[in-house]
Design a protein around this ligand. Structure first.
Ligand code: NAD
Length: 501
């Protein structure tokens, strides 16, 4: 796309033009029964570029009638789709994986333009998102069962696994591709049909992904996509339809709880990947440079807009000031800007509300005695920027200790004893992930087991991987995505009792 002789400014301009062309070429309708079309009442909603505040597209606004058509399409296709050979489903996923990688740059440009993350991170998410399709293409042909005998020897027990049935899939805006492929991949592999609703802030990546799945040979009716900025009415229509057998949701704990209530009406299977409030613990014996490197990843991936983001940095008092200083040096040196521009390391937050939330949380911490070591200001541009910020000496009673910051702010809280830090780390209703830096393997294992979380990064700031079981405990959710267990969320066990004589 770019030539090596073009100046950085010319390359940036060329990327913006290319992104606009790509977005203009996307389908903007609903995808139901293998057909693209407008919503029943023709309504649309606007999608913004958070780096500029400009409207970049209008997409179909689905409502109840569209939701009903989508779930009926999924239900009507379930039987034939479940009967396809696993290898057929596997091949479709494999082709889609390859097509995503062929279009990595285009998908990354679309993603950055609608969501804000720097292009390098968007490319990384495309590779990560594609990998879920490769992983589940491999799992599709390995769905297992079991055969045993009852204790008295009278019966054979034959255990088989079947697709759970039509699924409702709902995703957030922060990982517009990977949160979708992490659900669509195992659903396809298991033989489930789907209705899918991407987040209203970032529907464009999903539209591009839907085109790819069609090209990869996914039959009509298996995946039905409804975009809308009125999620409540679309999703409740699906939940109460009596046609869906499962809901898989990634998003806030607040919406997750609402969906759990709705799921109870029809006793639907649920997978919930909800919010986090990750502790990041630095022990006195940690390799401090490694810990700072890990903190940069755990805090700054996605501008801090990740469920896995390190929200509370507990650092042993003996190294807390040095840690904060080193972290501030790294954070203060980051380039903030439009994610499509060369050299940008930190993009905008996703919307104005997000900047307001971060500003309020930082003010509260400062009023309670925290020091701003670096940052602490929002951007002056039209987009939704906030500077990478380190706060030291944070009072544990500050509001940001009990709220997902979802922004580039690292609060450093000094601690004295192991017992105290574990108690503070667990003092939250969430339990998605925790990070721990120590060079003492025994201490690392003991503290990992004491943390009330579904995942631990032990001397690393990154846990996400398609081969690993991702998920949380407490109010961070139910079930796991990815890994060997990921497909089980989309399978139902059936047991046959067979007399031996
Ligand atoms: P959100 O809960 O506001 O929205 C998530 C999805 O739910 C969107 O598609 C939205 O349209 C939909 N939704 C909103 N209201 C709804 C309703 N009444 N009924 C049905 N659906 C509704 O969350 P968000 O702001 O998009 O995403 C950020 C949240 O997601 C954070 O809490 C973050 O921690 C969490 N998250 C969790 C994981 C994980 O794997 N655990 C991964 C990414 C994000």
């Amino acid at each position: 796309m770019t030539t090596s002789t073009a100046t950085p400014a010319a390359q940036n301009a060329e990327r913006r033009t290319r992104a606009a062309e790509l977005i203009a070429s996307l389908p903007t309708g609903l995808y139901i029964g293998g057909e693209w079309g407008p919503s029943a009442d023709g309504a649309t909603f606007a999608v913004e570029n958070p780096a500029t505040g400009e409207v970049i597209a209008h997409v179909a606004k689905g409502a109840q009638a569209d939701a009903a058509a989508a779930i009926e399409s999924a239900a009507a296709t379930q039987k034939s789709w479940a009967a396809t050979p696993p290898r057929t489903r596997s091949d479709i996923l494999r082709r889609a994986y390859e097509l995503i990688l062929e279009r990595q740059e285009d998908l990354a440009l679309i993603m950055t333009t609608e969501m804000g993350k720097p292009l390098a991170e968007a490319r990384g998410e495309v590779a990560y998102g594609a990998e879920f399709f490769r992983w589940f293409s491999e799992e599709a042909v390995r769905i297992d069962g079991g055969h045993t005998t009852t204790g008295d020897g009278a019966n054979r027990i034959l255990v088989t696994k079947e697709p759970v049935g039509p699924c409702i899939l709902i995703t957030p805006w922060n990982f517009p591709l990977a949160m979708g492929t992490r659900k669509i991949g195992p659903a396809i592999a298991a033989g489930c049909t789907m209705v899918f609703k991407p987040a209203e802030l970032t529907p464009l990546t999903t539209l591009a992904l839907t085109e790819i799945l069609t090209l990869a040979g996914l039959p009509a009716g298996v995946l039905n996509v409804v975009t809308t900025d009125d999620p409540g009415s679309v999703v409740e229509t699906w939940m109460d339809s009596g046609l869906a057998r499962k809901v898989s949701f990634t998003g806030s704990t607040q919406v997750g709880k609402l969906l759990l209530e709705q799921a109870s009406r029809t006793v639907m299977r649920t997978s919930m990947e909800l919010g986090g409030n990750a502790p990041f613990i630095v022990c006195p014996d940690a390799d401090l440079d490694k810990a700072v490197g890990g903190a940069m990843v755990a805090k700054m991936r996605n501008m801090g807009e990740a469920c896995t983001a390190a929200n509370r940095m507990f650092v042993h008092r003996s190294v807390a000031d040095e840690f904060a200083r080193k972290l501030a040096e790294r954070m203060g040196a980051l380039n903030v800007g439009n994610g499509v521009d060369e050299g940008t390391q930190v993009g905008p937050l996703v919307e104005r509300k997000a900047v307001d939330k971060v500003r309020t949380l930082v003010s509260d911490a400062v009023e309670r005695g925290a020091t701003v070591v670096v940052g602490g200001e929002e951007g002056a541009d039209a987009g939704y920027f906030y500077q990478p910020t380190v706060l030291s000496g944070v009072d544990p009673r500050s509001d940001l200790m009990g709220t997902e910051i979802f922004g580039p702010v690292a609060p450093v809280i000094p601690y004295d004893t192991e017992e105290e830090v574990i108690e503070m780390a667990n003092n939250t209703p969430w339990g998605l992930v925790g990070y721990l830096f120590t060079q003492d393997i025994d201490r690392g294992l003991q503290m990992s087991s004491a943390l009330e979380v579904g995942m631990v990064g032990l001397n690393t700031g990154l846990v996400s991987n398609p081969a690993a079981p991702f998920g949380g405990v407490k109010q961070s959710g139910l079930g796991r995505e990815g890994g060997r267990v990921g497909i089980e969320e989309f399978l139902e066990i059936k047991y046959l009792a067979i007399p031996r004589t």
